[in-house]
Design a protein. Structure first.
Lengths: 249, 384
């Protein structure tokens, strides 16, 4: 089975994000970027499946400007076989990415597409679901466990009230949650091997996808600063505040 | 002209950085007894190094290593130096430190010394410094005199790191004191248990390192233990010292980077007289100077490493890197200490350890003045 893994380049999770002065977005100039942590989990899962002989090829896809190549290279160094870079400078919305991935899926014919459940920059949590809908494939989102048996992909999902297990028929779209695995460190020999693996460029035009944004960002602002808490002396005071001030009881 | 690390070096840097942040820094205050890595952590770090594929990365492929270049070694050394988890002297993260002179040995000697070192079965130490010859090793007094198939060695070596645990010493001696550094110094491999070799004094240093004094009295060594020809000692030594100086530079970069990380985060939190330290210009200048100097040093070290990898002559760049980066790291560690105030002087933070080590590197393995002397000599030869 071939596995297609979508990866996104985002601001490094350890960096403090700053809003641009003009409120048009967050500052990305001279900011350290990295692979979205959920995508890293997706790559790890695919590479493990390749190591176990379940997958015979792991193909990465990323859409974005030139430096997205670095993110792809990171995934190749983790053990993916090759990569596709959809080159565009345009702002990409989840629907556009889903359409691009659907077009790549039509060319590559994978048995499974793995994505992160969401990207830590815009936190949309939409691309995987939209992709499944566009392709008409089954979907297993928020996966904390994936097992494959023939044409059946069993996904344990992390949902609000516990764990839900679903059985999907191949081909399917699966999105990863935090507890699925712990991504490996790229090893030096694999980093050197990744240098020779191919990253094929494609454009949205070549894929016949219209990626024009459908949304208009009006303003990006910092979240309000958290106010200091207060200390209460008795439980009665707490109940009083919860009832009369917070109105939650 | 590109000033960025090649993509794969960038990846290597990221991988090691992440490892250091998550697996080394959190335990860095408890891994060592003095400057000796505790056995359980030696085991962990060796295993981790293998897992990361870094084991023997700088050992040539023909000897079972990965044959990675100087730049790769610099990149890894820089990241590992961001923590005090490993002792500053002696141990490396990427496997036994194989002194490059061992690659020059005859096949028979390689079997007895090089391969056992690579396998971690034998340890060597390096003996050049003497009570009356430090910066000026050409004036050394330890002599080797040929007698038939043997050499007889007499003299004293001082400040020899790791001599207590070593199976053998890579010993620099005078075979012709008249010629000194101009063809009078010869290198030998001497087993530490050879009759006449005695460890006499162990020095206590402020870093915690405890180098030894070793006395050689009528020590008989087979002629086959001579490395290279008589008088070739310095020429051979230069070959590996060059890359060693860049390792120095790289270590300095890591120390400075970590000190800047600590300095900035502390300055943003610590409030005095109603304002954070980071609001004060006196503190900002310390941070700015440190960052600028680190940047300059990094360009120097990476440039020298790139030159070394492309086979170009890089000795002058090596001296400059050792001098500038080691001085820089001490200034930065000192500022980091100043910004933290009293807490920096405690062993609750790694700063005092960085500071003591950084101070020592302005003296050992080529003191700053001596680096400048050689740099100036090269400049005067080239210009004017
Ligand atoms: C912890 C530790 C570990 C060591 N490990 C080893 C080891 O494993 N093997 C080994 O062989 N050695 C080792 N050494 C020795 C170390 O390399 C020497 O201490 C160093 O080379 C300086 O020599 P010195 O101490 O004799 O100082 P000197 O050469 O006496 O110099 C004293 C001072 O004068 C300055 N100076 C010297 N010449 C000039 C000049 N021409 N112009 C201006 N200034 C000058 C120097 O920079 C220095 O500041 C170690 C030392 C220490 C402290």
């Amino acid at each position: 089975m071939k596995i297609l893994v979508a990866v996104k380049r985002v601001i490094d999770a350890n960096i403090k994000v700053r809003v641009r002065h003009d409120g048009s977005g967050v500052e990305t100039a001279n900011v350290k970027m990295a692979m979205n942590p959920f995508c890293e989990i997706a790559v790890e899962e695919a590479v493990r499946m390749a190591e176990e002989g379940i997958a015979d090829e792991v193909v990465l896809v990323s859409a974005g400007p030139g430096p997205a190549k670095e993110t792809l290279r990171t995934g190749l160094a983790m053990g993916a076989d090759r990569a596709i870079h959809i080159v565009t400078e345009e702002t990409l919305e989840p629907l556009a990415v889903a359409k691009l991935l659907a077009a790549v899926a039509a060319r590559e014919d994978p048995g499974m597409i793995l994505l992160g459940k969401q990207a830590i920059d815009d936190d949309c949590n939409q691309t995987g679901q939209m992709l499944a809908a566009l392709l008409g494939w089954s979907q297993g989102t928020f996966a904390s466990k994936i097992t494959i048996d023939g044409d059946t992909i069993t996904v344990t999902r992390e949902v609000d009230d516990g764990l839900e297990t679903v059985a999907l028929t191949r081909p399917a779209v699966v999105t990863t949650d935090l507890r699925l695995n712990e991504p490996r460190y790229a090893t030096l020999p694999n980093i050197m091997k990744a240098k020779k693996k191919s990253i094929d460029p494609l454009t949205p035009d070549e894929l016949g996808v219209d990626i024009t944004p459908r949304l208009e960002v009006l303003r990006v602002t910092d979240p309000p600063a958290r106010e200091a808490g207060i200390k209460l002396d008795t439980a009665a005071e707490l109940v009083d505040k919860l009832v009369n001030e917070a109105g939650v009881l | 002209m590109s000033f960025e690390l090649p993509e794969e070096m960038q990846l290597l840097k990221e991988t090691v950085r992440r490892y250091v942040d998550s697996e080394m820094i959190p335990i860095e205050l408890k891994t060592c007894d003095g400057v000796t890595l505790k056995p359980e952590f030696r085991k962990k770090f060796d295993a981790d190094s293998k897992k990361l594929g870094l084991w023997l990365m700088d050992v040539p492929e023909e000897f079972g290593g990965q044959g990675m270049g100087v730049l790769a070694t610099v990149v890894v050394t820089e990241q590992i130096a961001r923590t005090t988890a490993l002792p500053s002297r002696g141990g490396t993260f990427t496997g036994p430190s194989v002194r490059a002179i061992l690659y020059e040995l005859s096949d028979d000697m390689k079997e007895r010394y090089l391969y056992p070192v690579i396998r971690g079965e034998k340890h060597g130490c390096f003996g050049q410094t003497e009570p009356d010859a430090g910066s000026d090793p050409g004036s050394m007094r330890t002599t080797a005199v040929r007698e038939g198939d043997e050499y007889v060695i007499n003299g004293v070596k001082r400040f020899i790191t790791g001599a207590g645990e070593a199976d053998f010493i890579q010993l620099m001696v005078a075979t012709d004191r008249e010629k000194g550094s101009h063809g009078g110094i010869t290198c030998f491999i001497v087993d530490m248990d050879t009759p006449g070799v005695a460890l006499t004094t162990q020095y206590e240093t402020m870093m915690g390192d405890k180098p030894w004094e070793i006395v050689f009295e009528d020590v008989r060594v087979p002629a086959g233990h001579r490395v290279g020809a008589e008088g070739e000692g310095f020429t051979l030594g230069q070959r590996w010292l060059g890359a060693g100086r860049l390792r120095h530079g790289a270590r300095a970069l890591g120390v400075a980077e970590r000190c800047i990380e600590m300095m900035t985060s502390y300055a943003k939190q610590r409030v005095t007289f109603g304002q954070t330290l980071s609001d004060r210009q006196a503190i900002q200048w310390m941070i700015a100077d440190s960052f600028v100097e680190l940047h300059a040093a990094r360009l120097m070290v990476y440039h020298a490493a790139a030159k070394a990898d492309s086979g170009e002559e890089f000795r002058q760049e090596g001296y400059m890197s050792k001098y500038y980066a080691d001085e820089m790291a001490f200034r930065v560690a000192d500022r980091c200490m100043q910004v933290h105030g009293g807490i920096a002087l405690t062993t609750d933070l790694p700063i005092e350890r960085f500071w003591r080590q950084a101070r020592s590197y302005r003296i050992t393995e080529g003191a700053s003045e001596v680096m400048k002397m050689v740099i100036a000599r090269n400049i005067l030869r080239t210009y004017g």
